[in-house]
Structures are given as structure tokens and as C-alpha cells.
Design a protein around this ligand. Structure first.
Ligand SMILES: Cc1cc2nc3c(=O)[nH]c(=O)nc-3n(C[C@H](O)[C@H](O)[C@H](O)COP(=O)(O)O)c2cc1C
Length: 316
């Protein structure tokens, strides 16, 4: 009875809003382990190193407390991180590149070498800087960008087919070129090859469209790779940029896609994460229905606004 009165007073819309805010509040209450914080610290420190190398900022490079970064990496490995993983081997490569530009610092150079030897850190990743002729950077621009970008449409009907793991890997490999804050690359993609699991994922997407979706990805952002002050917006900024790259990558692979991000996704974050084994520290950014399009597709015109409505010259 009381529940019904509250529902009538607040209205359905406001109740969903309150639920969404409560879910967001609960998510912000997640505690992060010392190792998760340590990983963020290492990744942000080595990113600063790369930036200092790009800007030839010797003063900064000389003042960095390399010992602390190396000690953090060592502690991460001691507490179970694999010396092969990107956070570790990638960071070691960057520190090595930074130190190789400096004279002196023999103590930390030796410390790094002994870390690399002790944990057999392989040189799997590139770190530091590379010099690329601008000509080379823009040597791929000779294609119909307008045609490519404007021919992508949200496609909401797909052939009854599941996209293979190899193709999904290929799509994600390309989407991985998205820019991310301090190159932490916090986004992940969950996929399945099991039609029954897809049916379970579909329960959470736009009911209007879900009957025609036959494959669906869940895109998340790992908040453990962000520091506390970033956890209110960076997940969605990085997540949104990743989504854009992912959608374009699906398009480039000749497949159709449609993003789904309903309010209910926010209010049901925890239930969805539990159901699909997504860790607590990740936030679901969106679902992406993907698949082979039917021979003819029906799309909304989705007319774009005139550019003058979007581009406002602040001098006018
Ligand atoms: C964050 C986001 C959420 C979206 N959610 C849905 C959705 O739940 N259902 C749907 O049919 N389309 C959804 N879309 C697709 C948009 O409706 C579509 O991108 C927009 O109308 C422009 O059309 P176009 O993608 O064909 O260019 C979503 C798009 C974005 C970026």
C-alpha cells in the first residue's frame, strides 16, 4: 500500500531516476585494493615519462623517483601480478626507454635491470618514443573518409548468426587504437559464442529491437584503472570514445551494429555484472548488437543537424 502511494507520488520516470542514482552511489562505494591503486600509480607515472620524452623535458626526466615506480612494480609482481602482463612489462619498457636517455642514475638503472632479470620480464612491448615522418602518419588518408563514416547506420535487424571469436578479436584489435586517459585503456568487451547466453544478454537491451538481435557485446570500463577523482566521469568519457572506435571497426569489417544503452542498464548494473561474471570494479558502458545485415536494411534517416548549429565560433 505504502509502496503504491510512493510510486503514484513520484511517478515511474522519477523512480527509475532514483534507482539509477542509487546504483551509481552503490558503485562508487566499491573499495579498491592497494594493488589496484598501485597499478594506477605505475601506469600514470610511466605515462608522464612518455610525455616527458615526447617533450624532451630532461628536467622532469631527471627528477622522477624511479626507485618508487620500480618498487611498486616489484610489489605488484610479488603479490601475484604476472611479469608478462601489459601493466608490468609495458611499464618496465617505458622506464627502460626513459633511463636510456639519461646519463647517471646508475643505481636505478641497475635496479631496473635486476627487476627485469629477477622476474624474467620479456621485452614484449614497445616503450618510449618513436620518430615518424609526418608523411608516413598521413599516408593512409587517401580514402573516402566521408563515404566510410557517413555510410555507417544503426542497423537493428541481423541475420541469425553468431560472429566468430576470430572476427570479434579482429574488430577489437582495431578498436584498441582509441585514445584513453594516460593510455590506461580501461575498456573491455564481453562476448559469447553460446546462443543461450545471447538470449540472456538480450533481456537487458531495448525490447523494441531485441527480437531481431542475434549477437551482442557488453562493453565495460574498468574503474580500477582510474584514480578516485576520475571515477565520476572518466569511465564514460573513455568508454564513449572506445564505443565510437568499436562501432567504426565493426563497420570496417563489413558487419552491422547498433548501440544499446537504456536507463535500465544503469539501474541494473549490479544484476547484469553478477549474471555475466563481470567484476565489481567495471562499469557497463553499453551493449552493442552486432551481426551480418540482411540483404537490404531499413535504417532511420537520422538526419544530422546543420553544422552551424554545432560549430559555434566564440569570436562571433
Ligand atoms: C549511447 C547510445 C545509446 C543508444 N541506445 C540505443 C537503444 O537503446 N536502442 C536503439 O535502437 N538505438 C540506440 N542507439 C542508436 C541511436 O539511436 C543512433 O545512433 C542514432 O539514432 C543515430 O543513428 P545512426 O546510428 O543510424 O547514425 C544508441 C546510440 C548511442 C550512441
Amino acid at each position: 500500500m505504502i509502496k503504491r502511494i510512493i510510486k503514484t507520488l513520484l511517478g515511474k520516470k522519477n523512480i527509475s531516476r532514483i534507482r539509477a542514482s542509487l546504483a551509481a552511489w552503490k558503485a562508487s562505494g566499491i573499495t579498491y585494493s592497494a594493488n589496484q591503486d598501485r597499478t594506477v600509480s605505475v601506469l600514470m607515472s610511466v605515462h608522464m615519462l612518455e610525455k616527458a620524452l615526447v617533450m624532451s623535458n630532461e628536467k622532469y626526466l631527471n627528477a622522477v623517483k624511479y626507485h618508487n615506480i620500480i618498487a611498486n612494480i616489484s610489489q605488484l609482481i610479488e603479490s601475484g601480478a604476472s611479469s608478462e602482463e601489459f601493466n608490468i612489462a609495458g611499464s618496465a619498457a617505458i622506464i627502460k626507454a626513459a633511463l636510456s636517455t639519461l646519463s647517471g642514475h646508475e643505481d636505478v638503472k641497475a635496479e631496473l635491470e635486476s627487476l627485469i632479470r629477477k622476474y624474467n620480464i620479456q621485452e614484449r612491448f614497445r616503450g618510449g618514443i618513436e620518430r615518424i615522418p609526418s608523411k608516413e602518419i598521413f599516408s593512409h588518408n587517401n580514402f573516402d573518409f566521408h563515404g566510410f563514416i557517413s555510410s555507417r547506420h544503426s542497423i537493428r535487424r541481423f541475420k541469425d548468426k553468431i560472429i566468430s571469436r576470430e572476427v570479434i578479436y579482429d574488430i577489437i584489435r582495431e578498436a584498441e587504437y582509441y585514445p584513453s586517459a594516460c593510455n590506461r585503456q580501461p575498456c573491455k568487451v564481453y562476448f559469447t559464442e553460446n546462443p543461450e547466453t545471447i538470449e540472456r544478454i538480450k533481456k537487458y537491451i531495448d525490447g523494441f529491437v531485441s527480437p531481431c538481435v542475434h549477437d551482442c557485446l557488453i562493453v565495460t570500463c574498468d574503474r580500477a584503472l582510474l584514480n578516485p577523482s576520475e571515477r565520476n566521469d572518466q569511465e564514460l568519457i573513455n568508454g564513449g570514445i572506445f564505443l565510437a572506435y568499436l562501432v567504426m571497426s565493426v563497420h570496417a569489417h563489413g558487419l552491422a551494429s547498433c548501440l544499446f544503452q537504456f536507463l535500465q542498464v544503469n539501474s541494473r548494473q549490479n544484476a547484469i555484472k553478477r549474471e555475466f561474471g563481470i567484476p565489481e570494479n567495471e562499469i557497463i558502458v553499453a551493449f552493442l548488437g552486432i551481426g551480418e545485415p540482411e540483404d537490404e536494411v531499413i535504417c532511420a534517416c537520422a538526419q544530422r543537424r546543420p553544422v552551424e548549429e554545432i560549430a559555434i565560433c566564440i569570436d562571433d
